[in-house]
Design a binder for this molecule. Structure first.
Ligand code: NAD
Length: 439
């Protein structure tokens, strides 16, 4: 199969490289010439474990190429995937479909023979219909069809998720599209990956329903964490106690600073807007969004409380900036709102992240970026663990206590156990667990 992938970001590059690894011929197209130049020189535009090896292997095998020009790439394509961004539209919370529709128009102008156009971007229900209309209005060849194939990979584990998915969802309205997508994913059938064929609109909805449900689990356990703090419970044990129930499951029950990242915030907002547009209010998702927003804003209050009620003149060390470990993605990271609020309160911030500093630099003003965790802690009145990178899981707590000016450790990911922290001479505050003060 010859596949063209439009958009060479977190989803497009991983999907393109993995399809090439299955043996397909893949051309990745991106408008951003600097990304394509970098890829030609073997430089990855994103940080994703294992990606560089799989890209370079398939480039060497001649199965994976990169270009900024769609027209020459599309001549022999069996399938053209759209994997461009669908960020929140400014002002109203709808998904911004500008890039998707622009790509559809470019495809229509470039196709010389029919192909299956597949939306991998997360798009609201009905977008496939609109793409079909754009293709028709712009004289795409007769027989061109439109399918939906939402992507469920997680940054940080993207290659594994792509190659060993829980399921593949294909929404298509004709047999040809179904057959082409079955053939593209055939190498995965060996792993018994379930493939769910459904209608295009249903496939579009599945993606939003999945993300909204996962976000709901997170906001739910975060509210339980708040209750635990007031009544003297331990949210980690509550999560384990409910997660062992197969009907609930243990995943996405980690209390923390609120969800962030490039998907949940924008996708929950977009689902709310879809509900509004069709007169079916998504009340549960509305609460999930409100709980999360309020939570993100409250994280700085925890730091203020740990510092005796004021942030003025305090120095705060922040460990972890990316929205989760094993990615350089800073989109909607909880660290951004936290740091802004700490600075608003009069604190200065020193921060360290193992890979996210370059992406964070343009988004954060007046932050002292350091070269390791201990440097971020040096002279700090409080240290806040925001992203649970592996290298923050076994810090030398005595060494931290030794370099800090104050003694407050605020662990927003419950990485540490209170006892070990107070033995090192630091006060401990986690999420939904009792705060403990060093003797
Ligand atoms: P991204 O911003 O990393 O990449 C998008 C790329 O598309 C950019 O490189 C941009 O230059 C390129 N682009 C835009 N318009 C183009 C055009 N007309 N022609 C060629 N290139 C064009 O975005 P992403 O994180 O990969 O997300 C892409 C889509 O996948 C979104 O809809 C997102 O919601 C969805 N998704 C993302 C994830 C994730 O973890 N990031 C997971 C599942 C689904």
């Amino acid at each position: 199969m010859h596949i063209v992938m439009i958009g060479t970001g977190y989803v497009g590059l991983v999907s393109g490289a993995c399809f090439a690894d299955f043996g397909h011929q893949v051309t990745c197209v991106d408008k951003d010439a600097s990304k394509i130049d970098g890829l030609h020189q073997g430089r990855m535009p994103i940080w994703e474990p294992g990606l560089e090896a799989i890209v370079s292997h398939n480039v060497q095998r001649g199965r994976l190429t990169f270009t900024t020009e769609l027209k020459p790439a599309i001549d022999t394509a069996d399938a053209v995937f759209i994997a461009v961004g669908t960020p929140t539209r400014r002002g109203d919370g709808h998904a911004d479909l500008t890039y998707v529709y622009a790509a559809a128009k470019e495809i229509a102008g470039a196709l010389v023979k029919p192909a299956v156009i597949v939306t991998k971007s997360t798009v609201p229900v009905g977008t496939g219909d609109e793409i079909a209309k754009i293709l028709k209005d712009n004289s795409a060849p007769e027989g061109t069809s439109v399918a939906s194939n939402p992507e469920f990979l997680r940054e940080g584990a993207a290659i594994r998720d792509f190659k060993i998915p829980d399921r593949i969802v294909v929404g298509a309205e004709d047999d040809h599209a179904r057959e082409v997508l079955r053939e593209i994913y055939r190498p995965l059938f060996l792993n018994k990956a379930p493939i769910l064929f459904t209608g295009r609109r249903t496939a579009e909805l599945i993606k939003y329903a999945a993300n909204a449900f996962l976000a709901t689990k997170i906001s739910f356990i975060n509210e339980i964490a708040d209750l635990c703090e007031v009544v003297g419970g331990d949210v980690q044990e509550v999560a384990r106690g409910i997660g062992l129930d197969n009907r609930i499951g243990p995943k996405f029950l980690h209390a923390g600073p609120g969800y962030g990242g490039s998907c949940f915030p924008k996708d929950t907002l977009a689902l709310l807007q879809t509900g509004e547009s069709y007169g079916v209010p998504m009340r549960i998702v509305g609460s999930v969004v409100a709980v999360n927003e309020e939570r993100k804003n409250k994280m700085a209050d925890r730091v203020r409380e740990a510092l005796g009620g004021t942030l003025q003149g305090k120095r705060i060390g922040v460990l972890g900036l990316t929205f989760k470990p094993n990615t350089d993605d800073m989109r909607d990271a909880p660290s951004l709102s936290l740091i802004a609020k700490l600075q608003e309160g009069g604190a200065t911030v020193a921060a360290f992240d193992p890979v996210g500093i370059e992406a964070a630099r343009p988004m954060l003003k007046d932050v002292d970026f350091t070269s390791d965790a201990y440097a971020a802690a040096t002279d700090a009145d409080a240290l806040v663990l925001v992203t649970e990178w592996d290298e923050f899981r076994a810090l030398d707590l005595k060494k931290l206590a030794g370099v800090m000016r104050g003694n407050a450790l605020i662990d927003l990911r419950n990485v540490y156990e209170a006892g070990e922290v107070i033995r090192a001479g630091l006060d401990y505050r986690g999420i939904g667990v009792p705060a403990v003060t060093a003797a």
